[in-house]
Write a protein that binds this ligand. Structure first.
Ligand SMILES: Nc1nc2c(ncn2[C@@H]2O[C@H](COP(=O)(O)OP(=O)(O)OP(=O)(O)O)[C@@H](O)[C@H]2O)c(=O)[nH]1
Ligand SMILES: [Mg+2]
Length: 430
């Protein structure tokens, strides 16, 4: 089964909690703080494995949760960092955020890696909060929650050249005779339902990857036939091989076919028509083909067009065709698909929460309570250990520093009003 689209859920591991502990030593009445930091939560990491060809495995496993870091211990013991969860994906996998469609990673080469859901850092133990004013703090942080999100995986086959044309013109037959691929071949339309890939080796030992696509018909861009859905697989191809049935056996005019398919490629707005095209006049073994080819060339009236008369059945003309494709590939630059910005490339992962969102937002509940929301403020909240007064005091200082108090006052909050944050409620104090 060819699975080229799937939505999954990923979550980085939470960081381990920091600890509150004190040294206990003989003859020392009050030992200093000795609570260790929590370990880092694991990342969910994707790695390209060229042995994979589809996203089928994701059909059965759609949740990937990385383990949390170990909690910090006494005697300043640092909690262990959790081991990353590594997930294999096929080359050509594009990862986007399911919420806003933004590209998280574009995984192309074998061994290429990207962190898809970052684990949280460990909370700091009380040793780290010691100051001359507060040498024995009863205060520690909980671990930072790992990033979680829904993502879409999309597979785009990585072919150098793609076969396009009407159904039954012989695209699959062509692929089957120039590579070891074994696509289904039959004399009815839409035999090919999903793309097939083949590795082609020319007799002078050059090679390229060739994709055979389901046939196109007029109106494909409006969803007629199999529609455009598979054209995205040739977005990355550098050369388009346009196959035309020159036998005229199905009663269509080869030149009209040529125009129709090009119009469909044009309608699919990924600049497919800007790529070099090689025209394959197939089924030249048939009686009417020579005459039809002559008429085709007259109508086309383009001396620069690359036209190769072949017969996929008798294999005539194939070497010349393959050499021409190879020559063209060698001088055609890769087609840039989407410009991932330079700075993004470096990490290949975006943390939009951290990057863009405001620290907090205020709204009102039906009962008049003020509600605080936002990634930064919620993270601060979940990292606070409310069992310790000092932690609670630190939390309220941090809120004040963020401008929460002022903002609440501006929204009309009065002494004693209720303020909500996640599942926590407190009174506003002016
Ligand atoms: N006479 C002749 N018949 C051919 C040639 N190439 C392919 N055919 C026949 O044309 C029919 C369709 O071939 P396919 O390779 O399945 O065509 P396709 O373009 O892949 O068709 P779809 O997958 O339906 O889009 C089959 O019956 C083939 O045997 C050729 O060079 N000469
Ligand atoms: Mg086919």
């Amino acid at each position: 089964m060819f699975v080229d689209h799937v939505k999954i859920y990923v979550k980085g591991g939470d960081g381990g909690d920091g600890m509150v502990a004190f040294r206990r030593e003989k003859y020392i009445a009050y030992g200093g703080p000795a609570g260790g930091d929590g370990g880092k939560g694991a990342d969910v990491v994707f790695i390209v494995d060229e042995g994979l060809r589809t996203l089928m495995d994701f059909r059965y496993q759609r949740h990937f949760k990385a383990p949390r870091g170990e909690h910090g211990g006494s005697k300043n013991m640092h909690g262990k960092n959790a081991v990353d969860v590594v997930v294999k994906v096929p080359p050509g996998t594009i990862v986007t955020d399911a919420e806003d469609g933004r590209i998280i990673a574009d995984l192309v080469e074998h061994g290429q890696k990207a962190v898809i859901a970052k684990g949280g850092r460990g909370g700091r133990g009380n040793s780290r909060f010691a100051t001359p004013q507060n040498p024995a703090p009863e205060l520690s942080e909980k671990g930072e929650p790992g990033v979680d999100r829904e993502i879409n995986l999309e597979l785009k086959v990585l072919a150098d050249a793609g076969l396009v044309g009407f159904p039954s013109v012989g695209k699959s037959t062509l692929l089957s005779v120039v590579s070891s691929a074994k696509p289904k071949i039959a004399d009815y339309h839409f035999t090919t339902l999903v793309p097939n890939l083949g590795m082609v080796e020319t007799d002078d030992h050059r090679g390229f990857v060739l994709a055979d696509l389901p046939g196109l018909i007029e109106g494909a861009h409006e969803g007629v036939g199999l529609g455009h859905q598979f054209l995205r697989h040739i977005e990355r191809t550098r050369v388009i091989i346009h196959v035309i049935d020159m036998s005229g056996l199905e009663g269509r005019d080869p030149y009209e076919d040529f125009l129709t398919i090009n119009e469909e490629l044009e309608q699919y707005n990924l600049r497919l028509t800007e790529r070099p095209q090689i025209i394959v006049a197939n089924k030249m073994d048939m009686p009417e083909a020579e005459e039809k080819l002559k008429i085709f060339k007259e109508k086309l009236n383009d001396d620069n067009a690359l036209i190769f008369p072949v017969s996929a059945l008798t294999r005539k003309g194939l070497d010349e065709l393959l050499h021409a494709v190879m020559d063209l590939l060698e001088i055609t630059a890769e087609f840039p698909m989407h410009e991932i910005e330079e700075e993004d490339k470096e990490t290949s992962v975006l943390y939009k929460h951290e990057a863009e969102a405001p620290d907090f937002e205020i709204s009102r509940d039906d009962d008049g309570a003020f509600v605080l929301k936002g990634y930064t403020i919620e993270r601060l909240f979940v990292m606070t250990d409310f069992n310790f007064d000092q932690s609670v005091r630190k939390f309220s200082r941090q809120l004040r520093g963020m401008g929460v108090d002022d903002a609440l006052r501006e929204r009309g909050a009065k002494d004693g009003d209720t303020v909500r944050l996640l599942d926590f409620e407190f009174e506003f104090m002016d």
